[in-house]
Design a protein around this ligand. Sequence first.
Ligand SMILES: [Zn+2]
Length: 157
Amino acid sequence: MADREKRFVADVMLGRLAKWLRLIGYDTLYYKKIEDSQLIRVAMREGRILLTRDAQLVKRGGFQSLFIESGELEIQLAQVIREARLKPRLKASVLCPLCNGELQTVKKEQVRGLVPTYVYAAQRDFSRCPRCGKIFWKGSHWQKIERRLRDMGYPAS
Ligand SMILES: [Zn+2]
């Protein structure tokens, strides 16, 4: 399986992890409400790796899964990167953290008036999701995780 083809579906406990997997370039489905049986069906039908904090779910077998032990986002992300052998692409985040759509880079001038003034003043790079219309930039939370990933030895680009 080519690295970019690794895809995930996260259980209801793992919303933030799902966002971050999208931010580092990995197609990840997430539903706020979904039954275990449906999660399994999605994982099987689409060949996605099921990410779950439920150890019982992992034991059922018949699909690829990863049991996420930690409740802490950074540790969860590190675990998935390590165990699924991902190659995070920190600079070229391509998927919308909210809806999994494919982000497009936009010129700074295009987002004038659409983002808070302090953000417009402080940030240089913006992207927009054509699916849900949200505009993104790399704020302080991004920098924290980026630093953490870099500490773990992943390149920043
Ligand atoms: Zn979106």
